[in-house]
Write a protein that binds this ligand. Structure first.
Ligand code: DX5
Ligand code: ZN
Length: 214
């Protein structure tokens, strides 16, 4: 299992220490949640902060855009040197073009689905994707309880991926811990995002390792 700790749950007064811990850990990615207060009812951090984070972080960056018109920010995400740019299906009027532009910028393209958005909306785009990010909570806040129906969505997504020959990774975000992570692993998830579970643990790398072994 690949693990992407979410910086949203970090201690923002000690960001450099938190990133040092991530660098020293077995994390596969650092997950960065960008919010605009419009697409989601919260604002997290923007690009001036992320530029500092990107300089210090040695892990590949997995950027999760929770903004309207995420295509406007492709150049900024590229400038961070991010590996993956995730855009919400619900925020993109012209999803096919947005995915192409992310690829032209040299990044992996991920499409994110809110809990109420069905897997079937990916039928005509899945072959273009490197990753699908399933939200297992409503986006905007850390520390929310896991929505169980996500397990069924992971199974459906895996079916769609196998049927279409797509290579898209299946990533899940929200309420992930050892227990929900085990169910997601059994259903076919490839990458787990975890905020409070990782940053709230006593020894960060032990929590990461527990998820990695699922
Ligand atoms: C929520 C964010 C998540 C968040 C997850 O909108 O997309 O990445 O940090 O936090 P936990 O793991 O605490 O649910
Ligand atoms: Zn996220």
């Amino acid at each position: 299992m690949k693990v992407a700790p979410s910086l949203l749950a970090a201690d923002f007064l000690n960001l450099s220490k938190e990133i040092e811990k991530i660098n020293a850990s077995e994390a596969d990615f650092l997950h960065l949640d960008v919010m605009d207060g419009v697409f989601v009812p919260n604002i997290s951090f923007g690009f001036p902060v992320l530029q500092g984070v990107a300089k210090a972080c040695e892990k590949p960056l997995d950027v999760h855009m929770m903004t309207v018109e995420p295509e406007k920010w492709i150049a900024n995400v590229k400038e961070l040197g991010a590996e993956i740019m995730n855009v919400h299906q619900e925020a993109c009027l012209h999803l096919y073009s947005t995915v192409q532009h992310i690829h032209q910028a040299g990044m992996m393209a991920g499409v994110t689905l809110n809990p109420a958005t069905p897997i079937s909306t990916l039928e005509d785009i899945i072959s273009e994707l490197d990753l699908v990010l399933l939200m297992s909570v409503e986006p905007g806040f850390g520390g929310q309880p896991f929505i169980k129906h996500t397990i069924e969505k992971v199974r459906k997504l895996k079916e769609l991926r196998d049927r279409t020959g797509s290579k898209a990774l299946i990533e899940v975000d929200g309420g992930v811990n050892e227990k929900t992570g085990a169910e997601l692993a059994a259903a076919g998830a490839d990458v787990l995002v975890a905020g409070s579970y990782v940053f709230g643990s006593e020894v960060m790398n032990e929590a990461i390792r527990r998820l990695k072994t699922l």
